[in-house]
Design a binder for this molecule. Structure first.
Ligand SMILES: [Zn+2]
Length: 242
């Protein structure tokens, strides 16, 4: 696993396209550390913890997930400490925790369009043994925002309106001038890959309002505030021309 330092207190592991593993973030606080997104499996979490150990960093006391999609949450059962998510994320996780993870049940969910092809394929790549899948809800949940004081550094979690999913949160670390946005800048794979213009506009307004230099995303290289805003504005222009 490729593990990188972004600022004094912020680190992240790179995404991996093979089984759609997203970037995992880490904010190193004196009292506790925060992990951002729980990865797609126990194996993903273990690799992240091994990377932390190699760097001499403590295991996170808190793990926040950016939205409900499997690649960001299926590692939740394997993280240590407390987990936190948006209330809507938790509601979806509670629903998925009841699902059966067998070939037949997964096929049924595909047919019923409850699940999408891309997730189904990636889940099968990550889990040769489907029975190993464990979906759990988070320990804490919130609606608008919550602040986590980790001693010498604070993280601010905000719910944002996003075209990707209705439960997206952003994690701003003001002191480090870094924001984690998960997949917030993206289409809704669960709704015909639709890119809702109003939601995108709302997200642009939120992002413009956050004070940061570097934006960390779920499946891409980190980029500057200007670059991510440019991308969002060009997506907006494309939508308006359709
Ligand atoms: Zn997603």
């Amino acid at each position: 696993m490729e593990f990188r330092q972004l600022t004094d207190r912020v680190f992240y592991s790179m995404f991996d396209k093979a089984a759609d593993r997203p970037v995992l973030g880490y904010v190193n606080g004196q009292k506790y550390s925060l992990m951002i997104d729980a990865g797609n499996s126990q194996k993903h979490v273990e690799l992240f913890y091994e990377a932390l150990c190699r760097e001499g960093l403590k295991k996170p006391g808190i793990t926040a997930v950016t939205h409900w999609h499997w690649d960001h949450t299926f590692g939740m059962n394997a993280v240590e400490g407390i987990t936190i998510s948006h209330k809507k994320t938790n509601a979806k996780l509670a629903e998925m925790a009841k699902w059966e993870w067998t070939d037949a049940e997964m096929k049924k969910r595909l047919e019923a369009k409850v699940e999408i092809e891309f997730a189904d394929t990636s889940i099968r790549t990550e889990y040769p043994q489907l029975s190993e899948i464990r979906v759990v809800t988070s320990d804490l949940s919130f609606v608008e925002s919550i602040e986590i004081d980790m001693g010498d550094v604070v993280a601010e979690l905000y719910h944002v309106e996003s075209p990707h999913s209705e439960d997206c949160i952003c994690i701003l670390v003001p002191q480090e001038r870094v924001i984690f946005i998960g997949d917030a800048v993206g289409v809704d794979y669960y709704n015909n890959c639709c890119l809702d213009k109003d939601k995108l506009r709302s997200l642009i307004t939120s992002m413009e309002g956050f004070d940061f230099d570097i934006c960390v995303m779920g499946h891409a290289e980190p980029m500057s505030k200007q670059n991510i805003l440019n991308i969002m504005h060009s997506l907006m222009d494309r939508q308006e021309n359709e």
